[in-house]
Design a protein. Structure first.
Length: 206
């Protein structure tokens, strides 16, 4: 019997997922949680085999919880189930240790198969997620900032304008703008604020 814990901040979603697995003879929903921290406690207490994890939740988010589960409950497999499939969502979740990544439009049979595969230690990815990962592999350096780009991002995070960042690094403002565009492309964001937020989430900033 596969012991499953569902982590999602919407009670209706949790109820629907619980009903989805009610007919599965080999999957038992042993617990639910409304955020990442509670999910970790449930997984530990209930000896979960698989944790079905939402990403964006109040309190502790799914990526942080996934990374913590990898350390605290290494026997539990995390299967992400979310509505978001952008590269900035997918990559941190996989890097944190999720064994699978599915979208909430998956059919009930797909979910059940995914949970069984995750319990066996087999990766399960939605087609759009596979495309993101393949694109990441095909683009050398994508998602990885150079040392100079990290310096620029750190200055931006500290509140520096383009002119101030250029002066601090002894380069022109045009170079700062070029570095920022590369940072946006690599982090899959559109503006300075999103780049800083993503930089902190990926632990690129101090």
């Amino acid at each position: 019997m596969i012991r499953l814990v569902i982590v999602d901040d919407h009670p209706i979603v949790r109820g629907g997922l619980r009903d989805t697995f009610s007919d599965a003879e080999d999957i038992l929903v042993v617990g639910e949680a409304g955020d990442g921290a509670e999910g970790i406690e449930r997984a530990k207490l209930l000896a979960a085999d698989v944790v079905l994890m939402d990403l964006r939740m109040p309190g502790m988010d799914g990526v942080t919880a996934t990374a913590a589960l990898r350390q605290l409950v290494p026997s539990a497999r995390v299967l992400v189930l979310t509505t978001f499939d952008s590269e900035s969502d997918v990559l941190p979740a996989i890097e944190a240790g999720a064994i699978g990544y599915l979208l909430k439009d998956a059919l009930p049979d797909e979910l059940a198969r995914a949970v069984r595969a995750a319990a066996r230690g087999e990766p399960v990815l939605a087609p759009s997620v596979t495309q993101h990962l393949m694109g990441q592999v095909r683009r050398p350096g994508a998602g990885t900032l150079t040392d100079r780009e990290k310096e620029v991002l750190q200055l931006v995070a500290n509140g520096s304008s383009n002119r101030e960042a250029a002066a601090a690094l002894f380069i022109g403002e045009a170079s700062i703008k070029t570095h920022l565009q590369h940072i946006y492309d690599k982090l899959d964001v559109r503006d300075r604020a999103s780049a800083v937020a993503e930089g902190y989430r990926r632990r690129l900033l101090t």
